[in-house]
Design a protein around this ligand. Structure first.
Ligand code: G3I
Length: 357
């Protein structure tokens, strides 16, 4: 065997190993969501949404915002709006009466200001995540009414001009269409809803005021009651927008969602999708994740189909930080990016639905 052939025989396997290794690193990097994977065929979601006058936003996890540079980078690149997931809830802001904790909420609002993102303030009056000194129901009506008014004035006052839309009241309608039982309805009666909005309008006349609801995306008793409340608030000049949370499963977008949103728009109100996620039973097979992508695309198409749908917020953008595993044991994979911040079919279908002419 000539020297040249011998050299080739020795070199070939080494060359093979080198090329195979380089290939593995490149695909790993791509799979890890390195720039090449992130440089998706489309523009960031926020740019695609802008083309349709839709602010594409996300709920923001405070710990991830503090500790994860990759999370911050994706957040700023992909989203034109943010909602503090928990930082503006009453239990986070005022765990003890009079003791106010602003750091986490300030972090989110500051980040939004730095990255030209609008902020959705979530949420001023809700039955959940209340501090014990309110939730225990020991405050009398006059005291609780004043506490509610003061809270609204204090929180909205701090972020005046920096929070575009406030979820003034969250989830007030029960699934059967009645008023949800809460310390607010028990102590103040149904009038607390209008009182909260009146206080909000006084606190920041320039802010947009929204009522936000879970499970009212389709036509039915729950959205009928929400419609009646919205109509009354609108007539009093107290409401600008209705938020439909849109926490879905692979069953998909309700068939009557577009019709439902259109009737609220016909009242002269904006509508928004405020907390979209699509939970999948663990471990989330490729087939299920493909269907998930179709559901997200349907949701984008629903918002695009309703002229007054100007905002679509996902409830977290990575499976690494999603409330679903805790709230729905056995379910997960509910968001657009996987735990390593790589795009899932959901991201690609969401983007494609925005790109569609
Ligand atoms: O703050 C405490 C912390 O001190 C403690 O160490 C930790 C461990 O137990 O719990 C922390 O509180 C958690 C809180 O989120 C803040 O992280 C609660 O346990 C946890 O239950 C709570 O979950 C939030 C949930 O609302 C509560 O109902 C989710 O993160 C949040 O995504 C979810 O968001 C709501 C919207 O605001 C309204 N629409 C429905 C949506 C899901 O419920």
């Amino acid at each position: 065997m000539s020297r040249k052939v011998r050299r080739l025989v020795v070199a070939a396997p080494i060359l093979f190993v080198v090329l195979a290794t380089l290939g593995a690193i490149a695909s790993y990097y791509d799979n890890r969501g390195g720039p090449s994977a992130k440089a998706l065929p489309s523009a960031p979601l926020r740019e695609l949404g802008k083309a349709h006058d839709i602010t594409v936003g996300t709920a923001v996890d405070d710990a991830a915002l503090r500790n994860e540079p990759g999370y911050r980078e994706d957040l700023a690149r992909e989203f034109g709006g943010l909602t503090p997931e928990n930082a503006m809830k009453w239990d986070a802001l005022e765990p003890q009466r009079g003791s106010l904790h602003w750091a986490a909420a300030d972090r989110a609002v500051d980040f939004a200001g730095k990255h030209d993102m609008t902020v959705r303030g979530h949420t001023l009056v809700w039955h959940a995540q209340l501090p014990a000194w309110i939730a225990d129901g020991k405050l009398g009506a006059a005291d609780l009414r004043q506490v509610m008014r003061d809270h609204i004035a204090t929180v909205m006052g701090r972020y005046k001009g920096r929070v575009r839309t406030w979820d003034v009241v969250n989830e007030v309608v029960a699934d059967d269409g009645g008023l949800r039982k809460s310390v607010w309805s028990d102590t103040l009666g149904p009038v607390f809803v209008a009182e909260a909005f009146a206080a909000a309008r006084r606190s920041d006349p320039k802010a947009r005021l929204a009522i936000n609801e879970i499970g009212a995306e389709s036509l039915g008793p729950k959205s009928d009651t929400l419609y009646r409340i919205a109509k009354e608030l609108k007539a009093r000049g107290l409401l600008d927008e209705v938020g439909f949370q849109s926490h879905f499963t692979l069953d998909g977008v309700p068939a009557t969602m577009r019709k439902n949103l259109e009737r609220f728009a016909a009242l002269g109100l904006d509508v928004a999708i405020t907390e979209a996620d699509v939970r999948v039973r663990d471990p989330g097979t490729p087939e299920q994740l493909a269907v998930q992508g179709e559901v997200y695309a349907d949701l984008v198409n629903t918002c695009r189909a309703v002229a007054r749908c100007h905002a679509l917020t996902v409830w977290g953008f990575t499976d690494r930080h999603s409330w679903i595993p805790e709230s729905s044991p056995g379910y997960g994979s509910a968001t657009l990016l996987d735990r390593e911040l790589n795009p899932k079919p959901a991201y690609r279908d969401f983007a494609a639905a925005l790109r569609r002419p």
